[in-house]
Design a protein around this ligand. Sequence first.
Ligand SMILES: Cc1cc2nc3c(=O)[nH]c(=O)nc-3n(C[C@H](O)[C@H](O)[C@H](O)COP(=O)(O)OP(=O)(O)OC[C@H]3O[C@@H](n4cnc5c(N)ncnc54)[C@H](O)[C@@H]3O)c2cc1C
Length: 267
Amino acid sequence: MLLREVAYARPSSLAEAIQLLRENDGARALAGGQTLINVMKARAGSPDALIDLDGLEELKGIELGSDGTLEIGAMTTCSEIVASSEARARPILGEVCAQIADVQVRNRGTIGGNICTNDPTNHLPPLLAALGARMTIAGPDGERTVDSADFFVGVYLTAVGLGEVLTKVTIPAGRRDGFAAVTLGVEGTCIVSAAASSNGSVTVALGCVDAVPVVLEPGSGDPDAVRAAVRGAGLQPPADVHASAEYRTHLAEVLAVRAVRQAEGRS
Ligand SMILES: Cc1cc2nc3c(=O)[nH]c(=O)nc-3n(C[C@H](O)[C@H](O)[C@H](O)COP(=O)(O)OP(=O)(O)OC[C@H]3O[C@@H](n4cnc5c(N)ncnc54)[C@H](O)[C@@H]3O)c2cc1C
C-alpha cells in the first residue's frame, strides 16, 4: 500500500532533530523504518512528518571503554552489532541480534528503534533489561539517563517523550549472559523470551508475558530457585492465536531456566 503524503526532514545535527520534533507534535523520529514505515503502510499510524535520524553520525557506532562498558549509539543497526568486535565484549548482544527476523531487517533495524518501539515480542527489551542497560535521552532541556525499569513504560510506550531522541544505550561490563526464546519459525517473532545475566547475582528478564519486560532476581541460578521466582511473579500473560496464557506461563519457567543455564556456562 502507498504511504499517505508525509513531510520529511533529514537534520544534520541532534539539536536540529530535537527542534524539528519539538516544533511539531505530529512529527516522529525515523530510524531504520522497519516498524514505522510498516505501521504507516497499514494506516495504523499517520505521522505528519518524519525526522530521519540517519544523517546523525553521533548516534552511530559502538565504543568499548577500558572498564568494559559498552556504549552503543541508538542508530546502530543489528547487523553492525553482530559484526562488531567491540560488542563481543558482551557476546550475547551479537548472538541475539543475529536471531532477529532476517538479514534485510537486521541491516536496517536499529537498537534504538527496536527498544523505542517496545513491542513486547521484540528480542532486545528483555535482553537489555537483564543486562542492566541504561538509556540516554536527549531533549530540549538537555540529556537524561534512565535505567530499563524506567525506560519501558507500556506496550509501544517508553520514557522517550515527544520532542526527545534516544541517543545511546550504555551496557555495563560483564560476559555471563544467556537468552532463550520460543519463536514462530526459525527467525520469527518471540512467543516468550527470557534473558539472564549472572554477574555475582542472577537477573532474569522475561519478554512477551507483560507489557514491559518482567525482571526477576531469583537469588541464585539454581533451576528450582529460578522456577520459583517465575511462579512467584504471578504472571498473567496475554493469550492469542499463537499461545494460551497457561502455555506462555509454562514457557516462561522453562526459558528462564535455559537462559540462566547459558549465563552460568552450563548449557
Ligand atoms: C518482518 C519483520 C520482522 C521483525 N521481527 C522481529 C523480531 O523477531 N524480533 C525483534 O526484536 N524485532 C523484530 N522486528 C523489528 C526490527 O528488528 C526493528 O527493531 C524495528 O522494526 C524498529 O527498528 P527501526 O530502526 O526500524 O525503527 P523505526 O521503525 O524507524 O522506528 C520505530 C519507532 O521508534 C521510534 N524511534 C526510533 N529510533 C528512535 C530514537 N533514536 N529516538 C526516539 N525514537 C526513536 C520511531 O519514532 C518509531 O516510533 C521485525 C521487523 C520486521 C519488519
